[in-house]
Every structure is written in C-alpha cells, then in structure tokens.
Design a protein around this ligand. Sequence first.
Ligand code: NDP
Length: 482
Amino acid sequence: MQSFRSFFYFPLLSLLLLPCCVSSDISQSPYNIHDAVGIKNIMPVVVIGSGPAGLSAALYTSRANFKTLVIEGDEPGGQLTKTTYIENWPGIKRMLGKYAVDVVKEQAASFGTEFLADQVISVDFSVWPFIVRCRSGLELRALSVIIGMGATPRYLGVPGEEKYWGRGVTSCAICDAALYEKDEEVVVIGGGDAAVEEATQLAAYAGKVTILVRKARMRAVPAMQERLKNYPNIFVKYNLEVQEILGNGAVVTGVRLLNNVSGETSDFPTDGVFLAIGRIPNSQIFKNILDLDSAGYIAVSERSQVTSVPGVFAAGDIADPDYKQAGIAAGDGIKAGLDANRFLTALGLNEQFAQELEPMLFHPEKKEEDAQLEQINSVEQLEEMLQVSDVPVILDFYTESCPSCLQMLPKIASVAQKFAGQVHVYKVDAGEATDVAKHFSVRKVPYLIVLRNGEKALELDQEMSEQEIQNLFEQLARESEG
Ligand code: NDP
C-alpha cells in the first residue's frame, strides 16, 4: 500500500510543483499537438542558422530525440568561418574558427540532425505549426523554431561605398585577402577585435595595411592590440573618419578622410578598403512578428532564450547586443535547445506522437556526388578556351578560404551539367590565378563574370541560391539560342 501511495502521490505532487520549476512560457503551451497531424513537410524543430548558436541548439534537440532540421543560410557556419584562429573557446587553446563549427556540426549530425542548404526568406508565426518559407520555394511547417541567424557587417553609408563594393570595398578579409599583393596597400576601417583580425590576415598578402580608427584609441582588447606589434607592415592611425570612397570608375583608389580633431580633410590612397565596423543583427524578417529591441536584436526573456512567441527561441548574435562571443552563442544555443525540448515535451510530443508525425516529416534531398567544374589557371588558358567557345562563358571566381564560395561551387557545377553545350562554366581560384583575377579587376569573392563573344557582359558579386543560378543559366541559354 505504501509503495502504491508514493507512486500515486509523486506525479500529482510534481504536477502541482511544475509551474514554479519551469518557465511558464514553456510549460503552458497555447497549441494543440493534434493540429500538427497530417501536415506535409513538418518538423518538430527547425533551426534557422548554422553558426555556433544554431548548431549547439540542434545538438541538444536531436540528442533529446526531437527530429531537427538546420537551415544553413548563405554562410554555413556563420561568422566564425570568416575568422582565422580563435583562442578564447574554453577547452581548446587555439583552433581555426571553421574547425569549431565543423566539429559541432558533425556532433549534431551524429545525433540525427539534418541540414538544408537554403535561406529563409519569411516566416509566419501567427499560425501553428509555424510556417517557414525558403528562397528555393520550399515551405516548411515547424512545431518549434530556433533562430540563430547571427549578424551581418555594418556598412559605412558614405558615397562610393556601394559603387565600389566588390571592386576594392569588402568586409571579408579571410575571403579576399589573397587577391592583394605585396606591391599593394590596403586600409581597414574600425577599431575593434575584428579590425585587428582583418589587418593581420591582410598583412600576409598586402605590402602595407593601415587601420583607420575614428576615436583616439582602439576598442580591441589589449591582447589583440598587442598582436599588432608582430606585424611591421601594419600601421594604426587615429581620429580619422571616412567621408567617401574614391575610385577611378572601375576600382578603389583611395579614401577621403576627416580628421575629427583638426577638422582637416585629406585623401589617402589605397587599393582596398576592408570594413570592420561591427555588425547588425539579421532580424529584418522578424520585424512586427517578434519583439525586437531598438537596435533590432530579438528580445528574449532574461534567463532563457524564449522570444515573444511561445515555441520560438533565439540565440547567438541575433539576440545578443552585449557579448557577441562564439562561446556565448554556443551556450545560448544550448539554452535555446533545452527550452525547445521543454516546450515540445509540454506540448505532448512523446515517442508515440512522433511516430504519427513521421510519414509527413521533411527530409532534405541527398545530393548526388558533386559535379566538377573545369578550372582556369591563367589568362593564356582562358584565351584558348574562349577561342573554342561559341556560347556564353561563366567564370566563377572563388578562394579556398571563402565559405560562401565553397557552398556555391557545387550548386553551379550541378546546374552547369544540365546546361552542358549551352553555357560553358569555369572556376577560377582567385587567390592562385591572380593574373586572371587582375585581368577582370576582381577584388571580392564569390564573383561571377559572364562573357559573351569574349567580352564582359555581366558581373554578379553576391552568393546565389540554386534557383537564382538556374534562372541565370536559363536566361543565357535562351539568349544564345535566339
Ligand atoms: P565592435 O563593435 O567591437 O567594434 C566596432 C569598431 O568599429 C569600433 O572600433 C567602432 O568605433 C568602429 N566603428 C563603428 N562604426 C564606424 C564608422 N562608421 N566608422 C568608423 N569606425 C566605426 O565590433 P567587432 O566586429 O570588432 O567585434 C564584435 C564582437 O566580436 C566583439 O565582441 C569582439 O570581441 C568579437 N570578435 C572577436 C574576435 C576574436 O576573438 N578573434 C575577432 C573578431 C571579433 P568606436 O569604438 O568609436 O565605437
């Protein structure tokens, strides 16, 4: 009798205690799990973003046996893949930023997380299961969503910046540093850790690197500033604000600077301008859908990653106006994963119900073995190719250290296969085949150049989705037929 009593009373007692132990936002689900039955392309957990926050969240949800899909976005791995070494990830003294995310990705995959190379363009959180729309046209339904979409580089907003973007103005030193040579000089704008990081990456390629800081001191932590002493070709100048990016119509030639102490303006010649002036959260698609703060960061409740919509969680730089550290993003991602687990449990997603959903779950297509593109290594080789080509030619400029380039290459190769004979495509390693990059004034990757009859007809300086690549090929094929 005694044992029956304790068996009976314990759950009753825990039920009474539950609301005070678990955040009420999570334990009292406003949704009915039965509404999820029979809906196509459904997922218990959709994680948007594949940086340390998204991947850590996915590790925790998939390890708790909740089917998890990570939508990787245009920059798989996020900002960490654009830095070289990180020295402040607890437990590992020094490692490549890319290694840090690759390992967590592998770990999440080992627990069943699936990955989709796509970009989320809009969401509807007014219906449940939530709607998540991707650039490819795919529409997913999600019982819970974890947002880890990070932040993107801030722009200066000065004349010339847009015009010379990709023609000497850029924000990714690790991608584009290899396009500079010892007889060239570059400037880095900014005074934070990122400015130091970019300058040291550039110092290995460009002859001279000047960091232009708008205040009388740098914001970078002392350890980072100390690092600069090891680079005799890095110089720092203070109290200078960029007023304009100057160019010759084709590429950057300098920056117009205001000395905010003396009030004087002067022109500073340069071959490249690297922006490292902070980042802004990628929260535009959540405006009027989730509560954001005045700077656009997603508001989360103090001790959790719960957003203003039950079942939606946010972590990492998109929800962190203060710390912006990879380790914090990973930690907050873990919290978001745990929050989602609690939410799904409270919703009633148990093993039996998961089996009911199973036939309608979304699974990303398994990609065929990657198609390969032919490589151009020199201007002479390109000229030979052009002589025998009577269809449009696409040159896909990339570097081995550019994550978005490496993501785009297989997509282009796969579409190119379908258009064989109608469009010719070659890849060019802009860091190796520097004469080809110079010939076309390529200062940024990924960069696509379309040639018709050997003449430059079109330039595209942004990462493209498979659908956009397909559209481009279709247009070129139509034109060459006509
Ligand atoms: P920060 O916000 O730390 O620094 C931005 C810098 O850009 C500041 O010096 C700021 O000047 C300057 N700035 C902003 N707007 C302008 C403008 N219009 N013109 C000129 N200068 C401008 O951003 P970071 O990207 O450097 O760093 C973000 C976070 O990432 C930090 O927490 C940092 O620690 C971390 N990080 C860590 C790295 C590592 O450990 N390896 C590498 C890179 C980043 P002001 O000071 O006057 O406001």
